[in-house]
Design a binder for this molecule. Structure first.
Ligand SMILES: Nc1ncnc2c1ncn2[C@@H]1O[C@H](COP(=O)(O)OP(=O)(O)OP(=O)(O)O)[C@@H](O)[C@H]1O
Length: 465
C-alpha cells in the first residue's frame, strides 16, 4: 500500500506541511470535513487564514512551540473539528514536518446524540409496551396484536379439546409454533410426541409408506421386518400435518379413514392397527377453493376444519413487528453476547416494510443484524436495501400542480417540507450555526436531519452564489 493510499483510507482528515507551514499533502477526508474549495497543495497555512478559509491553525502553533497542539476549529463547511498538530523532528531534533489530524466533532456529537436518543427511545419503547398492557411473551412466543392475543388465550381450551385443528396462514407466520403450543397445552404432551409431517417435502411416491409405514416385503427394496410410519410415532401424541394442501388425493382418502376410524393400515398390510392421534393440520393454500376445483376432498376438508385457526400475516398486525423485533434482539444479543439497540429510524423502516416472509423473515433479519453489527447501534444504513427502501421518503422539490393535488403519506409530506426549509435556510445563512439558529434547532439536530433527508451540506453550500 502506498503512503497516499494509506492516508486516503483514513476517515479523519490528515494535513501535512513542511517546517514552514507549506502544505505537502492531505487526504480526501480533509477536504470533505473542511469544505475548503481550492487547491491548497504548496500553499502556506498562514495564507489560508488571510483568505478566511480557516479561523485558526494548529500547524502555526506547532511550528511556534515545537509541541503537539490541539485546537477546535470551525471550517467553511460549518464543521466543528478537533485538530491535533504533531511535530515531526529529524535525528538532530530539527522540525521537518507538521502532521495534523482533523476529527469532525459534529459527526461525533451526532453519534453521541443518536446513542443518547436511542437509549431514551429504548426506555420509551418499554414504557409504551407497559402502557399498552403486557405483550404476551414467553420463551417461545411474543404477540401484541389483539387478535393474536385472543388466539393465544384460546390455546389451553383448544389444547384440551382433542378436536382436529386447521391452521391457515402465509409461510412464516408461526403455524408450526402454534401447532406445537396446542400440543404443549394438551394432556398428550405427557403421553406422546409432537410429530411434524411436512407434506410438501416428501415425494408423493414415498408418502404413503412414510406416513403409514409398511409391512415386510411390501415392495421391492422394503425392509424385511417392515417399518413403522411417521403416524405410528405420533401415537398418543399429536401429528402436525404441515402443508396439508399438498397431500395427493389418494392419500386424502386414507387420511380421512384414519380420522374416522382411528386405525392405520400399513402398506402391504391386511390388519389395521388402532391409533390414538390428535391431528393439527396447516396450510397456506385456500383449501375451500381447492375443494371447488376438485383437488382437495370436501369430506376431508370438513373433517379437518373442526377448529379453524387463522394467523394473519405480519403486515396486518404491525403492532407485533415492534415487540417481536425487541424479543428477537434480546434473544440474539444473549446468544451472541452483544449489547445492541435500534435507532428509531431503523425501527421505523422495520415497521414500514411489508414482511412477505413474515415472522421468519423478521427473525432472520434481526439475527443477521446482531451478528454483523460493528457498533452498539443498528442504524437504517445497516438494514437490507429492500427494507430501507420501504420507508424511503418521497422528496418533493418544486411543488408542481400535480404534486399539490396528490395526497402523499403524511410522513413523506413532513419530510419534503423539512427538506425545503432546511435547504432554504442553508442558502440564506451559509454557515451551519446560523442555519440551525434560523431554524430554531441545535446543530446536532440539524446535522441529523440533513443525514436523514439526504441533504449534502457541501453540495448545498457549493450551489450557493
Ligand atoms: N409470535 C411469535 N413469537 C416468537 N417467534 C415466532 C412467532 N411467530 C413465529 N415465530 C418464529 O418464526 C419462525 C417461523 O415460524 P413457523 O415455522 O412456525 O412458521 P410457519 O407458518 O409454520 O412457516 P411455514 O409455513 O413456512 O412452515 C420460527 O422460528 C418461529 O419460532
Amino acid at each position: 500500500m502506498t503512503f497516499r493510499a494509506m492516508i486516503s483510507s483514513i476517515s479523519d482528515g490528515i494535513y501535512i506541511t513542511d517546517s514552514q507551514g507549506d502544505c505537502l499533502a492531505h487526504n480526501e477526508a480533509f477536504l470533505r470535513i473542511t469544505g475548503i474549495p481550492i487547491n491548497i497543495l504548496g500553499r502556506n497555512v498562514s495564507t489560508l487564514i488571510d483568505d478566511n478559509l480557516i479561523s485558526d491553525s494548529a500547524t502555526i502553533e506547532v511550528i511556534r512551540s515545537g509541541q503537539r497542539t490541539s485546537k477546535i476549529i470551525i471550517y467553511p463547511s460549518g464543521c466543528e473539528a478537533l485538530v491535533t498538530g504533531n511535530p515531526v523532528f529529524d535525528k538532530d531534533g530539527k522540525l521537518i514536518n507538521v502532521v495534523c489530524e482533523v476529527r469532525d466533532l459534529s459527526e461525533l456529537n451526532t453519534l453521541k446524540d443518536e446513542l443518547k436518543r436511542s437509549k431514551q427511545l429504548n426506555k420509551q419503547y418499554r414504557e409504551i409496551l407497559k402502557n399498552y398492557g403486557p405483550a404476551v411473551s414467553t420463551e417461545v412466543v411474543t404477540v401484541r396484536d389483539p387478535k393474536m392475543q385472543s388466539m393465544l388465550d384460546a390455546l389451553p381450551r383448544i389444547g384440551d379439546s382433542d378436536a382436529t385443528v386447521l391452521i391457515n396462514g402465509e409461510s412464516g407466520v408461526g403455524k408450526g409454533l402454534i401447532a406445537s403450543l396446542i400440543h404443549e397445552h394438551s394432556s398428550r404432551s405427557t403421553k406422546g410426541k409432537f410429530i411434524k409431517v411436512d407434506c410438501s417435502a416428501i415425494p408423493s411416491s414415498l408418502m404413503e409408506s412414510e406416513l403409514f409405514g409398511y409391512e415386510g416385503g411390501a415392495f421391492t427394496g422394503a425392509k424385511r421386518e417392515g417399518k413403522p410410519g411417521l403416524l405410528d410415532q405420533a401415537n398418543h401424541g399429536t401429528a402436525f400435518m404441515d402443508e396439508i394442501g399438498e397431500l395427493p388425493l389418494f392419500l386424502q382418502v386414507k387420511l380421512l379413514s384414519v380420522l374416522q376410524d382411528h386405525k392405520i393400515l400399513r402398506v402391504g398390510g391386511t390388519t389395521p392397527r388402532s391409533m390414538d392421534i390428535r391431528f393439527v393440520c396447516a396450510t397456506n393454500r385456500d383449501l375451500e377453493k381447492m375443494v371447488d376445483e376438485g383437488t382437495f376432498r370436501k369430506d376431508l376438508y370438513y373433517r379437518l376444519n373442526v377448529i379453524p385457526v387463522g394467523i394473519p400475516p405480519l403486515r396486518e398486525r404491525k403492532e407485533d413487528i415492534f415487540v417481536l423485533t425487541l424479543s428477537f434482539l434480546d434473544k440474539f444479543c444473549k446468544k451472541y453476547h452483544r449489547n445492541l439497540s435500534f435507532v428509531p429510524e431503523a425501527m421505523d423502516c422495520l415497521y414500514e416494510y411489508s414482511w412477505p416472509g413474515n415472522v421468519r423473515e423478521l427473525e432472520n433479519v434481526v439475527e443477521r443484524l446482531v451478528v454483523l453489527s460493528q457498533t452498539g447501534l443498528i442504524e437504517k444504513a445497516d438494514l437490507p436495501e429492500k427494507i430501507r427502501q420501504a420507508s424511503e421518503v418521497v422528496v418533493l422539490t418544486v411543488p408542481s400542480s400535480e404534486n399539490n393535488r396528490k395526497v402523499i403519506p403524511l410522513r413523506a409530506a413532513v419530510a419534503a417540507t423539512e427538506r425545503q426549509w432546511i435547504e432554504r435556510a442553508f442558502q440564506q445563512n451559509k454557515q451551519l450555526g446560523p442555519t440551525a439558529q434560523a431554524l430554531g434547532i441545535d446543530i446536532s439536530t440539524l446535522l441529523r436531519k440533513c443525514k436523514r433527508l439526504g441533504i449534502r451540506r457541501t453540495a448545498t453550500l457549493a450551489e450557493m452564489p
